[in-house]
Structures are given as C-alpha cells and as structure tokens.
Design a protein around this ligand. Structure first.
Ligand SMILES: CC(C)(COP(=O)(O)OP(=O)(O)OC[C@H]1O[C@@H](n2cnc3c(N)ncnc32)[C@H](O)[C@@H]1OP(=O)(O)O)[C@@H](O)C(=O)NCCC(=O)NCCS
Length: 231
C-alpha cells in the first residue's frame, strides 16, 4: 500500500472527490493541498474548506506550485480514471491510495495504486485489487477475488470468493456475484442484479438472475490490446 507521506492533490471535485477528501481526513491525512477539476466555474471555490486550484491539465504545474507530490484520482468514469492514472505516472507524480479507517483489508490482500476504499469496505484474504479501483461504501470482496485495473465496485456490492472482475468493469449498487464467475472487461452489472454466470466483456446485465440487455461490439484492434487471447 502506498503511504501518504506528502501533500495530496485530489483530481475531481464532484461527489466522489468529496468522498475521497472525507476518507483522507478521516484517516488522519489533513495535508490536502486542493482539488483539481475541469469545471472552470468552481475554480477558486472551497469544498469542505479545501480549495479548487485549477484544471486537471495543469496538474504538473499546480503540483509543483503547491509542493504536492501525491495524487488521488477521484473521477467516477472508469476509462477516464484509468487513462489519467497512466498519464500521471508518466509525469513522475505518485499515485496514492485513500483507505477509510473503517475499511477492513486482509493482511494477505494486495492493493495497487490509486485505490479508493470507502467506509465499511471488507476485502478478504488473498484478494488482488488492481490500480485505480474504487471499492465503494460498504462493499464486500471475498477471498481470492481479483479486481482488475480501473474497476468500480459500487456501494453495498457483495462479491463472493474466487471471482475475476476484469479491467474497467462496473458493478452497480447492491449487486451480488456468486463464486468463481468472470465479469468481463468494461462490463456493466445493473443495480441489484444477481450474477450467477460469466458476463461477457462490454456487455450490460441486469436483474435476478442477471441477463444481458446490451452488448457493445469492440473494435478488433482494441480487443487485441485489452483482451489478449480473447479477441
Ligand atoms: C444497468 C444500467 C447501467 C443500465 O443503464 P442503461 O444502459 O441506460 O440501460 P437502460 O436504462 O436503457 O435499461 C435497459 C433495460 O434494462 C432495464 N434495467 C436497467 N437497469 C436495471 C436494473 N438495475 N435492474 C433491472 N432492470 C434494469 C431497463 O428497465 C430496460 O429494460 P427494457 O429494455 O425492458 O425497458 C443502470 O440502469 C443501472 O442499474 N445503473 C447502476 C448505477 C449505480 O449503481 N450507480 C451507483 C454509483 S456509486
């Protein structure tokens, strides 16, 4: 787990940004230099006492000006969050995690960078949580489950053991996943769904039991890049 040893910038000042600020404050990290957000109308304002310093494109300059070497990306869109994380790394800034003090993370679990774990999250033994994953309020991820880069596990989701959640997947609020299934890259699981079988990449499933209602066809070149061996 990356340590919060320096001043922090939060990228994104929307609802999720406020949650991340609260997590940092609750975990005793009061040295938040500010938010960056692309909504110019909120530049110069304060959110919960913390200033919105400017736009995200200016992150390198603003980080230097405010002596902030640590970054948490608090943007809900999975693709944007994942892409931005890669750009931030190229700038040489450090992506750090925001873990609420009430989150319970097993000692044998591994966490990537830019992971947000909100209040009441439980991550059980031998889970692997990738970079830029959001583990939202009160979700449970049971033993040996893998969560891929940039996935979002929404509030109250229950994921059983040995599940594989691929990169960029979105598990809607209150959904449930039984053991050993694979949820494909960029798939969407609707609020309250109960997933009892594998979910195809880029598809949307809803209901109890979950059934597919949408599938976005992936460009072959993109598929080869993000789903090696499955294109
Ligand atoms: C699944 C979801 C993403 C689908 O959104 P969408 O792509 O805009 O799809 P639509 O609203 O067009 O719905 C498609 C069909 O699925 C049904 N449907 C959508 N969401 C559903 C759900 N959660 N449960 C059951 N059925 C659902 C719709 O009624 C519609 O059915 P129809 O074709 O018979 O009319 C969305 O409804 C959802 O559940 N989002 C979860 C959001 C969430 O958890 N946010 C938390 C953020 S922290």
């Amino acid at each position: 787990m990356s340590a919060l040893s320096s001043r922090v910038l939060i990228l994104g000042a929307g609802g999720h940004g406020r949650v991340v600020l609260d997590i940092l404050q609750q975990s005793g990290h009061s040295d938040v230099a500010g938010f960056l957000d692309n909504n110019v109308e909120i530049h110069g304002r304060r959110i919960d006492g913390v200033p919105v310093l400017g736009g995200i494109a200016d992150v390198a300059r603003l980080a230097a000006e405010h002596d902030a070497r640590s970054i948490v990306i608090a943007i809900g869109d999975n693709g944007v969050r994942r892409g931005l994380a890669r750009s931030i790394r190229r700038l040489g800034l450090e992506l750090v995690n925001a873990i609420h003090p009430s989150a319970t993370i097993a000692a044998s679990a591994t966490l990537g960078r830019n992971v947000v774990a909100a209040a009441g999250v439980v991550v059980c033994a031998h889970c692997q949580i990738g970079d830029s994953v959001i583990l939202n309020t009160g979700c449970i991820v049971d033993h040996q489950t893998m969560v891929g880069e940039g996935a979002h596990i929404c509030p109250g989701v229950r994921v059983a053991g040995r599940v594989k959640i691929e990169s960029g997947a979105f598990l809607g609020i209150g959904s449930t996943v039984i053991p050993k299934v694979i949820i494909g890259c960029e798939a969407v699981v609707g609020a309250g769904a109960v997933v009892i079988g594998d979910v195809d990449a880029m598809s949307t499933v809803v209901g109890v039991p979950a059934r597919a209602v949408k599938r976005t066809d992936m460009d072959e070149d993109v598929a080869a890049l993000i789903l090696p061996g499955r294109a």
